[in-house]
Design a protein around this ligand. Structure first.
Ligand SMILES: [Zn+2]
Length: 357
């Protein structure tokens, strides 16, 4: 029974939207295509899964799947024949038209163990243009008794015609203090709330970082960034800081450390967030509790003399870094980060005009 309960669990920040969708379902008002949109690291796929189980369950109880009927048992053993899960195949960057064609065939057929057939498309924004067109055709003339549940963390990358065919659920990120409370309870560790800001207030990314023992390294990385910014602000350069040697070395180390297994885009986003918080501080923008918490973690020194132009320039360079990464051009990202840091340093040393390119 413990296993059943565990399988039916739901992250607290997903509960409100689940209850609303479950009520729609029990009132026969659930749209045939539901688009679940949430920031990364909120575990939206869990909400999709709970919804699938509820739709198939023969005997739902208080808007939850019972866990013991034939349909539930099939889901528990991951062998429900009328449930189709589509996601990006391993080694591929996109969901292909062939994958959508296959699911279309299945959706047009009849149910094998249930009248209701359910399709979940994970990271639906990764569809190729032709795959998206194929899906659109299905959604325009949906087969009877078929539910589509689409999930995305980048709804802006989806074609508007698909969005307009769906019932869109925008899942809000939880309040950072609630996330923090959940994390402390879950890990039984006293986690500095500032890390949550750095990790984009994503509870599951933070949990992963803690499980992979990433926080000590992250702390060193933030410290090295802080030193770099202070040397920029004070225009006091020594060889190590002004060229970002520490920053680049730690960036490289975290990237290569197999135990940590950190994605480069994750490291770039952390660097970008740090930069944004400092920038907000420069413009005295009220950044709310998230920014304050981060600053209490990271910035021990006043950076008031640091030129906002330098920060904006560096921010643009981090965007470029992301672009280079996505182009898969073989450029070494940490070396490139070092070049960009150097560029900012040189501009500060020589009081150069900031280039706009
Ligand atoms: Zn059931």
């Amino acid at each position: 029974m413990a296993l059943v309960n565990q399988q039916r669990s739901l992250y607290p920040w997903l509960m409100k939207d689940y209850v609303a969708l479950a009520k729609d379902f029990s009132n026969n008002r659930l749209h045939h295509a539901v688009l679940l949109s949430a920031a990364e690291g909120l575990g939206v796929e869990q909400l999709a899964q709970r919804l699938v189980e509820l739709i198939h369950c023969e005997n739902p109880n208080s808007n939850k799947a019972c866990g013991v009927c034939q349909q539930c048992l099939l889901h528990n053993s991951h062998s429900h024949a009328d449930y189709y899960f589509v996601s990006c195949l391993e080694g591929k960057a996109q969901i292909s038209i062939e994958q959508i064609r296959q699911l279309s065939k299945k959706a047009q057929g009849t149910g094998l163990v249930s009248q209701k057939r359910i399709v979940v498309i994970d990271c639906v924004e990764l569809m190729t243009e032709s795959a998206a067109n194929a899906l659109l055709k299905i959604l325009e003339e949906p087969p009877a008794h078929v539910y589509f549940i689409l999930t995305t963390s980048k709804v802006q990358h989806l074609v508007p015609t698909i969005i307009s065919r769906c019932f869109k659920v925008l899942i809000a990120s939880p309040d950072i203090r609630k996330t923090h409370g959940w994390l402390v309870k879950k890990t039984q560790k006293d986690v500095n709330i500032g890390y949550l800001s750095l990790l984009g207030n994503s509870p599951l990314k933070a949990l992963e970082a803690i499980d992979n023992n990433l926080l000590p390294q992250l702390s060193l990385y933030v410290e090295s960034l802080n030193k770099l910014y202070v040397s920029w602000a004070n225009k006091q350069f020594n060889e190590s800081f002004c060229h970002g040697v520490d920053v680049v070395e730690l960036f490289e180390k975290m990237q290569k450390d197999k135990a940590i297994n950190t994605n480069i885009d994750f490291l770039i986003s952390i660097t970008q967030r740090f930069n944004q918080y400092v920038l907000k501080q420069q413009f005295s923008i009220e950044s709310g509790s998230q920014g304050e918490e981060l600053l209490s973690l990271a910035l021990q020194n006043s950076l008031a003399t640091l030129s906002p132009k330098a920060l904006i320039h560096f921010s643009d360079r981090l965007v470029s870094l992301n672009r280079i990464l996505s182009q898969n051009s073989g450029v070494n990202i940490s070396t490139q980060l070092g070049r960009y840091i150097n560029e900012v340093t040189e501009n500060i040393i020589h009081s150069k005009e900031w280039r706009d390119d």
